[in-house]
Design a protein around this ligand. Sequence first.
Ligand code: TUI
Length: 310
Amino acid sequence: MKSRICEMLRIEYPIFQGAMAWIANASLAAAVSEAGGLGIIAGGTAPVDIIRNEVRKAKEMTSKPLGLNIMLLSPHADEMAKMACEEGIKVVTTGAGTPGKYMEMWKSHDIKVIPVVPSVAIAKRMVRSGADALIAEGTEAGGHVGELTTMVLVPQIVDAVDIPVIAAGGIGDGRGVAATFMLGAEGVQIGTRFLTAYECSVHENYKKKVLAAKDIDTVVTGRPTGHPVRILKNKLSRSFMQLDRTCASKDEYEKLGEGALARAVIEGDIDYGSIMAGQIAAIVNREQSCKDIVKELIVEANKLLQKDWN
Ligand code: TUI
C-alpha cells in the first residue's frame, strides 16, 4: 500500500481522515495520525483561534504529520490560510473552492497543498496553480458534494494529471480502498467510517444515526443554491427538499441551515440538525478505535490487491 503519497507526506499508510466540519478535531486527527494515516483538522466555518487551539492540542498528542483543511466558503478562510503557516502545518487540504490566491504563501512555508476536486476541469486548474496532489471526491461523499461518482471521476482525473490522486467518496472498507487503487488512486480519504470511531467526539445520537443508516438513507439537498449537501434523511432534510421543490430564495435556505450542523454534532438533535454523512454510512455498523479502523482497511485492501484472481 506504499505510494508516492506516503513518501511525499512521510506517512505510513495512504489513508486520509476526511475533514468533517465541527467534527474533525484534535482528538480524531491525532488518533488517525498516530495510527499511521493522515489526521486532518477541519477548519469548517469556525473562527481561526478555535482551530488554532485544535492544531496545538493535536501536536501535543502526536508527533506524526497532521493536516489542516480549509473550507474556502468560510468567512475565515483568509485567516485560516495564514494560521497554517504560523503554526507550522505541513499539509493543507482545501474544499469548496479554488485556493490559488494562497498558493505562493503556502509554498514559501514548505506546505504541501492537496485540494479536493469534483471535476477534471477543476483538477487541471489546481495543477496549473501548483497543487502537490489532488483529492478526487465523488458525489457519494457526505457534506458539500459534486455531481460525478467516485467510480467515474477517479480514473478521469488520474488520466488528466501527473500528480498523485487520492480517492474520496463512498469508501468505507478495504474493498473500497482496493477498488479505488485499481482505478489509479494512490491514496484514499475516508470520512464517514471515522464518525463512529471511539476518538470521534461527535454526539452519541449522531453516531447512532450513522450506525443505523441503510443504503438509501442519505439525500442531496440544496442543488438550486449551487452548494448541494449530502445529509442523512430527517425532518430537516425534508424541509430542505421542500425548499428545493419550490425554488426558494437563498435567504430561506440560510435561515433553515443556520446552526444546523452544530445542532446535530454538539446537541445531538437528529431531527432538526444537519447530519452530514456519505452513502457508505450503510456499511458502517461498529464503533472501533482509529487504530483498528486503519489496520483493518490496510489488511483487507492488501489481501484483495494481492489476490490471485485465476
Ligand atoms: O468541502 C467539502 N465538503 C464539505 S464542506 C462542508 S461545510 C459547509 N458549510 C456550509 C455550506 C457548505 C458546506 C461540508 N462538507 N468537500 C470538498 C469539495 N470541494 N467538494 C466539492 C468541492 C469543490 C467544489 C468546487 C472544490 C472546488 C470547486 O471549485 C469551484 C470553482 O470554480 O472554484
